[in-house]
Unconditional design. Structure first.
Length: 136
């Protein structure tokens, strides 16, 4: 019996990046990494699968409210062997997310383990202040 509180989970195949006009610095295949996004009272958590990526091959930037993740993957071929057949294509990963004003940009944390990137985006403290009104 299915749990009625579980969200509708969508599974998809590996998707190659569609060129957007921006020039890539590496002329090789790139994929859009799939992501799961969770929200708690304190933070938004973003989890992406990026097989073959480690902390030394990741580039994460935040510019003008756009968080960009780029993972570089080097294909490995056993010495003395040639590829006869493959079902899995190897390439880099690239994905961007637009952040809302709810995120505290100075406290974003990233960890990667076994090809899974986990970004913790803490929520900003709500700000409210009274505006004084002067006469005339």
């Amino acid at each position: 019996m299915a749990n009625e509180q579980e969200p509708n989970i969508q599974e998809t195949e590996k998707q190659e990046i569609v060129e957007t006009g921006a020039e890539r610095t590496r002329s090789r295949l790139a994929f859009v990494p799939r992501a799961d996004i969770y929200e708690t009272n304190e933070a938004i958590v973003l989890v992406t699968d990026m097989p073959g990526v480690d902390e030394n091959s990741l580039d994460i930037t935040l510019e003008n409210d756009v968080l960009t993740i780029i993972g570089y993957v080097e294909s490995e071929h056993p010495e003395g062997y040639g590829l006869a057949y493959n079902e899995y294509r190897v390439g880099d990963y690239e994905r961007s997310f637009t952040l809302s004003s709810k995120v505290d940009r100075n406290k974003i944390e990233a960890t990667v383990k076994d090809g899974v990137l986990r970004l913790r985006l803490p929520k900003a403290e709500p700000s409210m202040r009274k505006i004084a009104v002067a006469a005339g």
